[in-house]
Design a protein around this ligand. Structure first.
Ligand code: CTP
Length: 403
């Protein structure tokens, strides 16, 4: 999955012949799952039409400070556009536009938006080879580099002038891979490995029956997705669930019983930096598993149960530098019970769910949690979607690595 998926990309187009290639660029952004808005300088409209770009981006194209053609004249709010963007890409960036960006010459909507944008800015220069090497162009590159903007270097080849050399705008495919690699390298959990448990476990009674619980696995899968989106490699050990992980950084290990989950966790634990136990592991399992289907008896039927292994506690015993996070689902004396689990299982952080809170727990799309760290600092959170709770948990992980 591309790191551009779900990102808001503001594409600024200035007036060079390479502007015709931006139609492909917009298509590639959309294909990668990004949302795209386009701002054109007046000169760029001679090279590619706004209609083409609005059709491909599925959004109106902005070019002047207000729309003259519309029935109700509307001001194009460059501040709003700048704030909307997760990243701004100026391609092609002509010598003129680069100079205006470097000097704050705010005479069109593209530059006004550039000056308002707080997001990372990338620019893909396009010009003739002598212009590309001119000291004034180099001075613009230096100024923009010092502003924190990133150059997508021009490529060498045949130029519109008929000359051959450096100055061609990077090909759209190369712009996309440049952005993906650069954004991935900036992700806060890049290079970290995280083990996550998710879902219920099924403890066999006989070949057709089991003891299980109502855990859907959603919380663990949301945590895995959030971790992978932040650049971490995830090993997701999951009990039976309907969820699928659709991310190249997530490796799913499917298990059924608590013992299988225990074995998988112990296989990977020494390789990881973080472990998050979100699974609802059955606390008990039948002492004897019948090899044949148990037949109905006339009287009551009793199954003798024995305790399963506590996976999280067993990881707490062997942990070295791993940051260990557990969950606690409580119905009474919540804070005290959760603190007890931090100590008993040697955790760094516990995520407490109280079943007294509406919207928390199994089968809900939402969760309301309280974080308690190993020093017993307590942080109650609002009721949120499980995706947002997952992001909060990963923010705790990021904060740990920034300590
Ligand atoms: N856990 C585990 N293995 C088990 C039981 C629980 O790894 N056999 C993990 C869960 O994934 C969760 C945490 O331990 O992160 C807390 O589980 P919970 O069931 O709330 O607590 P228990 O320790 O089982 O205590 P109790 O059921 O008595 O509340």
């Amino acid at each position: 999955m591309s790191v551009l998926r779900g990102k808001n990309i503001l594409l600024g187009i200035s007036g060079g012949i390479a502007a015709y290639k931006t139609a492909s660029l917009v298509r590639l952004f959309i294909k990668a799952g990004a949302h795209v808005q386009v701002i054109m300088t007046p000169a760029s409209k001679d090279f590619v039409t706004p209609l083409t770009l609005s059709t491909l981006s599925k959004n109106p194209v902005h070019s002047s400070f207000y729309n003259q053609d519309e029935e109700n004249e509307k001001w194009n709010n460059h501040v709003e556009l700048g704030l909307w963007a997760d990243l701004m890409v100026i391609a092609p960036a002509t010598a003129n536009t680069l100079s205006k960006m470097a000097n704050g010459t705010c005479d069109n909507l593209l530059i006004a938006t550039y000056l308002s944008a707080k997001c990372p800015v990338y620019f893909a220069p396009a010009m003739d080879l002598d212009m590309y090497k001119h000291p004034s162009t180099i001075a613009s590159f230096t100024a923009l580099h010092n502003f924190g903007n990133t150059i997508i270097p021009a490529e060498s080849g045949e130029l519109a002038s008929g000359l051959s050399g450096e100055g061609r705008m990077a090909e759209p495919e190369n712009i996309v891979s440049f952005l993906e690699e650069d954004l991935e390298s900036r992700l806060p959990l890049k290079g970290k490995k995280i083990l996550i448990t998710a879902g219920p476990t099924y403890e066999a009674i006989d070949p057709v029956r089991f003891i299980g619980n109502h855990s859907s696995g959603k919380m663990g899968f949301d945590i895995a997705k959030s971790a992978a989106n932040l650049g971490a490699s995830v090993i997701l050990v999951s009990g039976p669930t309907i969820f699928k992980a659709d991310h190249s950084l997530i490796k799913v290990i499917n298990v059924v019983s608590g013992q299988e989950m225990y074995d998988a966790c112990h296989q990977y634990f020494d390789q990881v930096d973080v472990a998050i136990a979100a699974a609802a592991v059955a606390d008990y399992k039948p002492k004897h598993v019948a090899t044949q289907k148990i037949k109905k008896a006339p009287d009551n039927f009793v199954i003798e149960l024995e305790k399963t292994k506590d996976i999280l506690a067993s990881l707490g015993i062997i942990k070295k530098n791993q940051f260990l996070i557990g969950f606690a689902l409580e119905t009474e004396n919540e804070i005290e019970n959760a603190k007890g689990k931090i100590q008993k299982k040697n955790l760094d952080l516990i995520v407490l769910n109280s079943l007294q809170d509406k919207g928390a727990g199994f089968g809900e799309p939402t969760n309301k949690v309280t974080f308690i760290d190993k020093d017993f600092n307590i942080e109650p959170m609002e009721l949120k979607s499980k995706e947002a709770v997952a992001d909060d948990i990963l923010n705790k992980v990021i904060a740990h690595f920034n300590e």
